[in-house]
Design a protein. Structure first.
Length: 223
């Protein structure tokens, strides 16, 4: 039986304009923006330190370090999917235009090519990372020192891919599929294609985009 097509919402997008200010205070506004390279360097240093600590103070086993690192990396892809689907979009209809969803994610949907707001800036990013690390430590103890680096580098990989999909033209290789997958989420079906690093969890949880389906009618404007 053919699924009935949902209503199509008008969505205004400013593809060539920077996002508006969130705070009148210049310092607070400065804290809302960053370049992905800053976050990538920050987490690379932190991940390296945690693995060094585990190797020198806990257990000098490269097998454990490599194994837990890749488990952490893969775990990030699931966390990425769950946060994108259930935190950045509203549970009821996957919209993002009001409330917390707009602050965290909706502003990116409206200004998708603003490079300064494609990733969480350092302060909120480190707060969230600290919460994750505390949770990992409670669950797995010292293994968190080698699991967390994989999680961090997974986030850094996501951030790099996400930035590239908006700034760089789709490459003529296997990454083109990743580019198209994310663009479908932005410009065709905002309730599908939540995976950015990989579409694997969209396969698992049934949110792969459907050919020919549209839930948004994108209206392009200039600020």
């Amino acid at each position: 039986m053919k699924e009935k097509d949902e209503r199509r919402d008008d969505v205004v997008v400013y593809p060539n304009d920077d996002s508006p200010k969130l705070f009148k205070n210049k310092f607070l506004e400065y804290l809302t923006k960053t370049h992905p390279a800053v976050i990538f360097i920050m987490y690379s240093i932190l991940a390296g330190f945690l693995m060094w600590y585990y190797y020198t103070e806990v257990n000098p086993s490269w097998q454990y370090i490599v194994g837990f690192f890749f488990i952490g990396f893969f775990s990030w892809t699931l966390a990425e999917y769950l946060m994108h689907r259930f935190l950045y979009h509203k549970l009821k209809d996957a919209t993002y235009n009001t409330g917390l969803q707009y602050l965290l994610h909706g502003i990116h949907h409206k200004h998708p090519n603003d490079p300064s707001r494609m990733v969480l800036p350092p302060v909120p990013s480190l707060i969230i990372a600290s919460i994750f690390f505390s949770l990992f430590y409670l669950i797995m103890g010292d293994y968190s020192f080698i699991f967390s680096p994989g999680f961090m580098i997974g986030y850094s990989t996501y951030m790099t891919i996400h930035y590239s999909t908006h700034i760089i033209a789709p490459p003529n290789n296997f990454f083109k599929y990743i580019w198209n997958h994310h663009n479908i989420h932005h410009y065709q079906q905002h309730d599908k294609a939540f995976g950015v690093t990989t579409p694997i969890w969209d396969f698992v949880f049934g949110t792969m985009p459907k050919k020919g389906r549209k839930t948004v009618n994108v209206i392009y404007k200039k600020a």
